[in-house]
Design a protein around this ligand. Structure first.
Ligand code: FAD
Length: 151
C-alpha cells in the first residue's frame, strides 16, 4: 500500500489572528478526517509549516488525495507563496493520530521552542525555506512532543 507525505511552508497574511487559526483548524480537522488525511500544522514567526500524510479515499488514489488537499490549501488567501518542500511515498504515518493539529509556537515554552528551531536550522526563528525536508520533519516531530506535553 502506498502512502504519501507532503511538506510545505508558506507565509501567513499580515493580519493573521486567533480566529483565522481556529477556523483553519476546524476546517482542516473535518475535511482531513473524512479524506483520511493526517498531519501537523505549525504556525510561528508569521510562517506556516505543514505536513500532510495521505490515506485512501473512496475511488481516489492516495497521491491524488494529498495533491488535491495541497492545491486547495495553496489557493487560500490567508497565506501566500507556498513552497513545496517534499512529496514522497512513505512506509507509515508519523502523525497518524491527528487528522490535523495546529501547534502555535507562541503557546509553547519560548526557550524550548527556540532551542529546537536552532537545533534543526541556522536560526532561532522559523525559516523552513532554509531547512532540508528532514530537518523540517525532525522539528515538527519535536514540536509535536512539546505540544503533547503542554496539553
Ligand atoms: P469553504 O470553507 O466553504 O471555503 C471555500 C473557499 O473560501 C476556499 O477557497 C477557502 O480557501 C476560502 N476561505 C474560507 N474561509 C476563508 C477565510 N476566512 N479567508 C479567506 N478565504 C477563506 N484545509 C483542509 O481541508 N485541510 C488542511 O490540512 C488545511 N490546512 C490549511 C493550512 C493553512 C496554512 C491554511 C491557510 C488553510 C488550510 N486549510 C486546510 C483550509 C483550506 O485552505 C480551505 O479553506 C478549506 O479546505 C476549504 O474548506 P471547504 O471546502 O469546506 O470550503
Amino acid at each position: 500500500m502506498s502512502l504519501y507525505r507532503l511538506i510545505y511552508s508558506s507565509y501567513a497574511k499580515s493580519d493573521m489572528g486567533y480566529h483565522d487559526l481556529k477556523d483553519i483548524m476546524e476546517k482542516s480537522e473535518n475535511n482531513n478526517r473524512s479524506e483520511g488525511v493526517t498531519g501537523l500544522l505549525c504556525y510561528g514567526d508569521s510562517i506556516f509549516l505543514q505536513i500532510l500524510e495521505g490515506d485512501s479515499c473512496g475511488a481516489l488514489r492516495y497521491r491524488t488525495v494529498i495533491s488535491k488537499t495541497y492545491h486547495r490549501i495553496a489557493l487560500d488567501t490567508r497565506h501566500h507563496t507556498p513552497e513545496l518542500i517534499e512529496f514522497i511515498p512513505i512506509e507509515s504515518r508519523l502523525f497518524g493520530v491527528w487528522s490535523m493539529k495546529a501547534v502555535n509556537i507562541s503557546d509553547l515554552n519560548s526557550q524550548q521552542v527556540r532551542n529546537l528551531i536552532l537545533k534543526y536550522s541556522a536560526s532561532t526563528t522559523l525559516q523552513p525555506h532554509t531547512m532540508t525536508s528532514q530537518q523540517c520533519l525532525n522539528l515538527m516531530q519535536a514540536l509535536a512532543i512539546l505540544f503533547e506535553k503542554a496539553i
